[in-house]
Ligand binder design. Structure first.
Ligand SMILES: [Zn+2]
Length: 154
């Protein structure tokens, strides 16, 4: 069962759409977005520490945003175990990107390379089982259970 989910990746790659679907399916889960730290009067480093602390919150939760690879990298400095059950990294842009956004995506990639082997990713695809009412790896459920597939590894 998946109860701690990280959604990150490139700018404009569909993170918010996925969160909308999850919010609808899992109304009791805590949903956090790293952009919510922007209005706080904090430096980047302070925001990163705050997001790192979110990773230790009790499940179930979804944390979304571009700061996740850096926050997870910081988390691994004092914790050997992965902070989440699954991490989704979205790459396919939904719209054309500015050169500034493309540059930012490269820095996100660099940080993701540091953590990608240490955080579990969905096995084939992530789905919501409408019978068990749980978030699962799509192939791990009963064949008779109707699934709503939310994300498939490319
Ligand atoms: Zn099921």
């Amino acid at each position: 069962m998946i109860q701690r989910l990280l959604i990150t990746g490139h700018i404009n790659a569909g993170k918010s759409l996925l969160v909308e679907q999850l919010t609808e399916l899992l109304p009791d889960w805590q949903m956090m977005h790293t952009d919510d730290t922007i209005p706080l009067d904090l430096s980047w480093a302070e925001r990163l520490v705050l997001v790192k602390e979110w990773l230790t919150k009790p499940a179930p939760w979804v944390i979304t945003g571009v700061m996740i690879p850096a926050a997870v990298n910081l988390y691994f400095k004092d914790n050997p175990e992965p902070p989440a059950d699954r991490l989704i990294f979205l790459k396919q842009p939904l719209a054309a990107l500015t050169s500034r956004q493309q540059t930012y995506n490269k820095t996100i990639d660099t940080m993701y390379q540091k953590i990608r082997c240490r955080v579990p990713v969905p096995t084939y695809s992530l789905a919501y089982c409408t019978v068990c009412q749980e978030l699962i790896d799509a192939k791990s459920c009963e064949p008779s259970h109707p699934l709503r597939v939310l994300y498939t590894n490319s």
